[in-house]
Design a protein around this ligand. Sequence first.
Ligand code: ADP
Ligand code: MG
Length: 304
Amino acid sequence: MEKKVAVVAIGGNSLIKDKAHQSCQDQYQAAKETAKHIVSMIRDGWEVVVGHGNGPQVGFLLQKAELAEKTIGMAMSPLDVCGAQSQGQIGYMLAQNLQNELKVNGIAKTVACVLEQTVVDRDDPAFTHPTKPIGGFMTEAEAKAKASAEGWAVIEDAGRGWRRVVASPLPQEIVELEAIQTLVDAGIVTISVGGGGIPVIRNEEGALKGVAAVIDKDFGSSLLARQLHADLLVISTAVEKVAIHFGTPEQQWLDKMTLAEAKAYLEEGQHFKSGSMAPKIQACIWFLEAGGKRSEDHTAKPAH
Ligand code: ADP
Ligand code: MG
């Protein structure tokens, strides 16, 4: 029988429900819920590759590193290393819950988590205009000191203090693609491209090097889905449906849209918020344009 491959990108809310539920135990419980939904897809015959967000987790790791630098003089962990740490901790929680849930369902499948690097273009225009605030707030003096000592780009964030900003370049290449493909072909449930991948660049000789940037997990998962020639891309998030005229009195929830409609709405600009829904719609458009059959964007219950 032909394998049906689905890439399921789970949103930050699938792991951290709200501010009161951010502990590792809470994240583990949320991962358990998510694992049940994924296993129900596997029961229905899907080969599932799981991608996930890491925004809050990488933020916490970075703030811990900043505190450790201030209090015990520990050298600050670079952002790419924090990204790798977040893939490890989130991947572990998802993998263990998937393993337990598969066992409960009597499904003899193995789970693997692949630490993944995503190549971005070192000349991506995002590097000249970093926009993503990360890490804790600083005073103006601290921010300026970091800017001159470490070359950080810093901004004043809406009167709340100063923050570091990094680039959000477009993902170009999944370094571990062959390994992921091999696992999927072998029927192994694979977790990868966490947080869109650890951002890396290639130098003139082709050698890889981590960069301080963040990749959109929706774009990273879409790239993986295209490269795997997946049949389905699912992006799960906190809302039941996608709306047009979101957040306005004309708001209208949609059950379905065609590729042409999605492109037209995205172009109109006012429907999908940049930084939240717009990248998801763009991720689905890129997937469908590359020959993907179907994209879904809905709450943690993947239907198909
Ligand atoms: P995730 O962590 O899953 O990537 P995001 O917060 O980045 O979550 O994006 C999902 C959020 O986008 C939804 O919870 C919703 O508040 C918001 N959103 C923005 N525009 C729309 C829209 N047009 N339709 C539905 N939700 C939207
Ligand atoms: Mg998001």
